[in-house]
Unconditional design. Structure first.
Ligand SMILES: *[C@@H]1O[C@H](CO)[C@@H](O)[C@H](O)[C@H]1NC(C)=O
Ligand SMILES: *[C@@H]1O[C@H](CO)[C@@H](O)[C@H](O)[C@H]1NC(C)=O
Ligand SMILES: *[C@@H]1O[C@H](CO)[C@@H](O)[C@H](O)[C@H]1NC(C)=O
Length: 281
């Protein structure tokens, strides 16, 4: 009987120990499963790109034939989209705190007639975009560079949020230009790049995207991560404080100091990102 009394608690202890061990195993299995699921999901997220379609609407014209030969038949258009997209994404979504804009499908379409700009972006819906390339691009002497520039411009625009249609186009154009300059693609201007903005109080309300780009670069230099924060902020409805919030101080203040700085300094675009010219093709 006494043995039973001794056994009794022993058995209980054993059961408890077994139960604890069992639950540890379960816990470990759950953890392993969880990690597996997370890594599968992460891989999926990482590889999840967007579909790319290339279309030649210019048909059997000189521009159409050039496009087919140089960009369509060899998949070069696709490679240019991927490279320029990657460049814009790195600048606009530097880390996980900047959730990517959903993009499912990019269509590169050589237009049948000349457009007002080398490239015009339209959207089919919120996740599908069309890059209308003007046939005039195919007539450039350095046709490959002209094509890369057009697609870089377009892909920057694709990845930019627009304050739910409320962001000023001067600011969006300036951000596109900022990315082009960092990519080493912007045409060199007479002034060597540095442009005095039209207004010394709201430097991003300027018709010249190059001037806006230089102001944005100045802001990024003073407040690192500004460009990414600004794009993230433009995911929401645009308001008067969107730029100030991304800066963490009144933009007007920076505009005034920029305006006075630029009148004194020689040109120097503050580029810290790798140049795209080294990366593409
Ligand atoms: C956008 O349009 C395409 C077809 O034009 C469709 O397949 C896709 O599901 C649409 N996406 C959204 C988010 O509506
Ligand atoms: C498009 O513009 C180019 C000059 O950039 C011109 O040579 C060409 O004839 C134009 N094409 C059409 C279809 O108007
Ligand atoms: C670039 O920006 C940094 C601040 O981030 C500044 O100290 C430096 O002087 C700038 N360089 C040029 C050439 O403007």
């Amino acid at each position: 009987m006494e043995n039973l009394h001794i056994l009794q608690p022993l058995t209980t202890t054993t059961t408890a120990a077994a139960a604890a061990a069992y639950s540890r195993i379960i816990l470990r299995l759950v953890l392993v499963l969880f990690i597996a699921i997370v890594s599968i999901w992460a891989n999926y997220e990482e590889s999840k790109g967007f579909a790319i379609t290339v279309v030649n609407d210019a048909g059997d014209t000189p521009a159409g034939r050039r496009f087919s030969l140089l960009f369509l038949s060899n998949d070069k258009a696709t490679r240019i989209v991927l490279k320029t997209s990657g460049f814009a994404e790195k600048i606009l979504f530097p880390d996980d705190r900047h959730p990517k804009k959903p993009v499912d499908h990019v269509i590169v379409r050589l237009s049948s007639r000349n457009l007002t700009h080398p490239v015009v972006v339209s959207s089919v819906n919120k996740t599908e975009f069309v890059l209308h390339i003007s046939p005039s691009v195919m007539e450039e002497t350095n046709v490959e560079k002209a094509m890369i520039l057009a697609v870089q411009r377009a892909m920057a625009r694709v990845w930019l949020w627009d304050g739910q249609d409320g962001a000023p186009s001067s600011l969006l154009d300036g951000m596109v230009e900022y990315i082009n300059i960092l990519a080493g693609l912007a045409p060199v201007s007479d002034s060597g790049g540095l442009q005095l903005p039209e207004s010394d109080t709201i430097c991003w309300e300027d018709k010249d995207p190059v001037a806006v780009a230089h102001f944005l670069n100045y802001c990024e230099g003073l407040r690192e991560g500004f460009i990414g924060r600004l794009n993230r902020g433009m995911q929401d409805q645009w308001n008067e404080r969107t730029v100030d919030d991304a800066l963490g101080l009144p933009s007007q203040q920076l505009c005034v100091s920029y305006y006075s700085t630029i009148l004194q300094l020689p040109n120097s675009f503050n580029s810290t990102s790798p140049s795209l010219s080294r990366q593409v093709i």
